[in-house]
Design a protein around this ligand. Structure first.
Ligand SMILES: Cc1ncc(COP(=O)(O)O)c(C=O)c1O
Length: 416
């Protein structure tokens, strides 16, 4: 037997042994009650003395995710070759888990490292014909606009940015849809939007926008159809609407924000893959779009594979309960802040036009100064990373409704 043959048998043996002890998902501790929010909070090592309203920016790892990462790390460190071989189907399994959460089918899911990577892959590979253009908004994250600008440089396409509201607080579904409809021209190939604006907290009515785009597309040839592309990161895991039911053609999201999955993980979901070419060679098994669009190269697999535990935890707690918990806290926070004379709210009250992000201004305080002062008062907040800077809060499964009152008190105590 040659060296390769011996090695294959050895690896197969090790793989079987390892598979037996490493692929079983580790449940949360036996005493964990997914209906008890204190138990959920206790899964996170985040400092309990602080009100963690910036936790959505980059996830802390809950215990099941931490344990899975550690398990994979130990396996990879102990015998990388055998562990890799024993996890040959891990990505495909993850694709099924993701599809159960997203709706649609597993082959629609490509794995990425972040929302930004997904947007880069999408627009770098999007085929545009001469004369086709792109409509986006003025409210999106810089990474989205840069990805579109890079596509424009590659293809010569014109990118038009339109304001979908003037005053975020009073944004309405009808007006947003009408403004976008007016902006779409006969040659528009890409409509690029963001589900929940991290600049203002406004949630776009994506299903209504998708219905409008479908009307625009009626009668258009497949290669002329306007493709609805969504940066979904602040709706994903915060709003209880399966991605496949939004009606968009593509959605990029990190799984390391509201889903509280491993840092450095995300996915690109799509149903119009024929319009795009892969830009990074894939290492994935199979020829499905999800496999072909998952960038290859070896990854930090301990994080990639532990996305599964994040989905499982989310489902165990209940996606509807989580969305409700986020909405209840955001509403309580907005109601409290509205009673503080120095505060101007930016985010709409309407839960249908908002999600977990709550933005405001405090009279006489720059947003960054306010964040520093709030931390001293035990509240971790953030600033909108845009030209217009607002003070921003993001209640989630690591905060409580009662803590929202503490946030309001801390904001009230801010002196100009
Ligand atoms: C709307 C929006 N999209 C994308 C990102 C970047 O996400 P990721 O770290 O997953 O690339 C952010 C902020 O981090 C954001 O606010």
């Amino acid at each position: 037997m040659d060296e390769l043959g011996r090695r294959t048998i050895l690896t197969a043996g090790l793989a079987t042994a390892l598979a037996a002890c490493t692929t079983t998902p580790q449940p949360a501790p036996a005493r964990f009650d997914p209906d008890d929010w204190d138990d959920v909070r206790a899964l996170f090592p985040l400092d309990p003395d602080l009100v963690q309203t910036a936790a959505f920016v980059l996830a802390a790892h809950p215990k099941p995710v931490r344990d899975a990462i550690e398990r994979h790390r130990q396996g990879l460190d102990a015998d990388t070759d055998a562990y890799l071989h024993s996890h040959g189907t891990a990505e495909e399994e993850l694709r099924k888990t993701a599809a159960a959460y997203l709706g649609g089918t597993p082959d629609q899911v490509a794995f990425t490292d972040s929302t930004t990577m997904g947007l880069g892959l999408l627009y770098s590979g999007m085929r545009l014909r001469a004369g086709q253009d792109v409509v986006t908004s003025t409210h999106d994250f810089i990474a989205h606009h840069t990805a579109l600008d890079l596509m424009a440089r590659r293809t010569g396409a014109k990118v038009r940015r339109v304001a979908l509201y003037d005053d975020p607080r009073s944004a309405t579904e009808a007006d947003v849809v009408a403004r976008l409809r007016t902006a779409i021209a006969a040659n528009t190939r890409v409509v690029a939007i963001t589900w929940v604006h991290s600049s203002t907290g406004v949630r776009l009515p994506v299903p209504a926008i998708a219905a409008m785009v479908a009307e625009v597309n009626a009668g258009r040839a497949p290669q002329d159809r306007a493709l609805l592309c969504v940066d979904g990161v602040h709706g994903f895991g915060a709003v209880d609407l399966p991605v496949a039911e939004l009606g968009c053609d593509f959605l990029s999201t990190g799984t390391h924000k509201w889903l509280f999955g491993p840092r450095g993980t995300g996915l690109l979901w799509g149903k119009a893959w024929d319009a795009v070419d892969p830009v990074i060679p894939s290492f994935s098994e199979g020829n499905s779009p999800g496999a072909r669009f998952t960038p290859g190269g070896y990854h930090s697999f301990e994080h990639r594979w532990a996305v599964r535990e994040a989905f499982e935890l989310h489902e165990q707690i209940g996606r509807d309960r989580i969305a409700e918990r986020v909405a209840i806290q955001a509403t309580r926070l907005k109601e409290g802040l509205a009673r503080v004379p120095s505060v101007t709210l930016i985010t709409p009250d309407d839960p249908e036009m908002s999600a977990g992000i709550v933005c405001c201004e405090v009279e006489g305080r720059y947003a960054y100064d306010a964040v520093v002062a709030l931390r001293q008062a035990g509240v971790v907040a953030s600033v909108t990373p845009y030209e217009q800077q607002y003070l921003r809060f993001g209640p989630s499964i690591v905060t409580t409704p009662e803590q929202m009152d503490r946030v309001v008190d801390a904001v009230r105590a801010l002196r100009p």
